[in-house]
Ligand binder design. Structure first.
Ligand code: ATP
Ligand code: MG
Length: 400
């Protein structure tokens, strides 16, 4: 292995003024968490970049994990040499040779951040270019579309060389924007909504409404698996599983069929908000997209949202289903989401829910029954699982 470290560039982060220290510290912690099983990696965090010293760890595995970490604009595996032109020539040749196959073209892209170094970038380009042309048979220069681009950067700490540039996940480090509760169903949309908020630095705790025996253990396992997928973008996730059967039954006994959907959503939001308060969250997140289904019209949202003044973040609101599906594929949740197991809403969905429910109507219907104790009980009986990459569910194993 030639590369001995990975250079991480922050991008957007470095423009965040006074907050930068907080961001960099958080990013460092998130990377450390995600790399905890990858050997003795050391992290050196600076103002505008970070280095992971590999100490023999596999770059390929680290590359895969790093590409999911929010707050990284790009990264490159690098070798470092002393600021001595002979050493730089040697390292440059080794790197280009390692990446060369017959017929390949190359280009040197040198940058001198440390102006005290006597060779400027133009001269560095030509010295290194000549050295490579002389020592690799058949290699040619192509400055527009090279097969191999050797990045050389002269900095105070030394000269850094790399033939690889990997686009990072972008966004902000998970956790710097505070915590929100994600209403996580087993569907396609809500995991994507969670991912998008995580990308903006939000720490997510998931809340799932579960209605046994109408919904099976498998439906629950599906949600656990979805939460597990999301952990690769921000580390461990708390998953709150709310027993929702009784409330759903009471709604059905109390509220006319075409209003049960609206009412169900109102209680979901109410309960999620209680769980938020208990856990120090600042907002709620849903996977709603305008006009997608009956409960996602603006009239519905007005009637549903009325139960709380807590911000309800809906990152998918203006997205098309196909765009959402594309993201779900990219983040690996799609194939879990499309598994058939019913969730609590599908089962209780009336044949024709109101697409334009009226707030006064739903309030009127709900006034016939005291739901308060049921809400309290659901919150009290909520089971919380700590989902990490290694999480395995006991109940699910028992099914086989
Ligand atoms: P999804 O694909 O996320 O299930 P959907 O298109 O099926 O969304 P709805 O069923 O109307 O839409 O749900 C809207 C949102 O309400 C979901 O995105 C999710 O945030 C929340 N939600 C629905 N059912 C549940 C549930 N059982 N537990 C937690 N949240 C839920
Ligand atoms: Mg759904």
């Amino acid at each position: 292995m030639i590369y001995d470290r990975v250079l991480i560039r922050y991008g957007e982060l470095s423009t965040k003024g006074r907050n930068r220290n907080v961001f960099v510290t958080k990013l460092k912690k998130n990377i450390k968490d995600i790399m905890k099983n990858e050997g003795n990696i050391q992290i050196q965090a600076g103002r505008d970049r970070m280095y992971l010293l590999l100490n023999g760890a596999s770059y390929e595995r680290i590359k895969e994990k790093l590409s999911n970490v929010f707050g990284i604009q790009s990264f490159s595996p690098v070798v470092r040499t002393e600021k001595n032109i002979e050493k730089v020539k040697e390292a440059a040749l080794t790197l280009v040779k390692a990446n060369f196959s017959p017929g390949n073209t190359f280009k040197i892209n040198a940058r001198r951040s440390d102006k005290t170094f006597e060779i400027d970038s133009q001269e560095m380009n030509s010295v290194l270019g000549a050295h490579i042309l002389k020592n690799i048979d058949g290699i040619k220069v192509d400055v527009k579309h090279p097969d191999i681009e050797l990045l050389v950067e002269v900095r105070k700490e030394g000269v850094f060389l790399s033939c690889e540039w990997v686009k990072g996940a972008g966004g902000l480090p998970a956790g710097v924007s505070g915590k929100a509760m994600l209403l996580l169903s087993g569907g396609i949309d809500s995991p994507v909504a969670g991912y998008m908020m995580m990308k903006r630095g939000v720490e997510i705790e998931a809340v799932h409404f579960f209605s046994p025996p109408y919904t099976s253990e498998r439906a629950k396992q599906k949600v656990i698996d979805l939460a597990k997928k999301l952990t690769s973008f921000g580390g461990t996730i708390k998953l709150h599983i709310v027993p929702f059967t009784e409330i759903q039954q009471k709604i059905h006994e109390t509220v006319p069929a075409n209003y049960t959907m609206t009412s169900t959503r109102r209680f979901m939001l109410t309960i999620a908000d209680e769980i938020r308060k208990k856990n120090g969250g600042l907002a709620l997140v849903t996977g709603e997209s305008l006009g997608q289904v009956a409960s996602q019209t603006m009239e519905s949202m007005l009637a549903i949202n009325d139960v709380t003044s807590t911000p309800v973040l809906r990152p998918l609101i203006a997205m098309d289903k196909l765009e959402i599906i594309e993201i779900s594929r990219k983040i690996g949740t799609h194939d879990i989401s499309i598994l058939p197991y019913e969730d609590c809403c599908t089962i209780f969905t009336p044949p024709s829910p109101k697409t334009k429910p009226k707030l006064e109507r739903v309030e009127h219907y709900e006034s016939f029954f005291d739901f308060e104790p049921y809400v309290r009980e659901a919150v009290e009986k909520t089971e919380t699982l700590l989902i990490s990459e290694e999480f395995e569910s006991k109940e699910f194993q028992d099914l086989f």
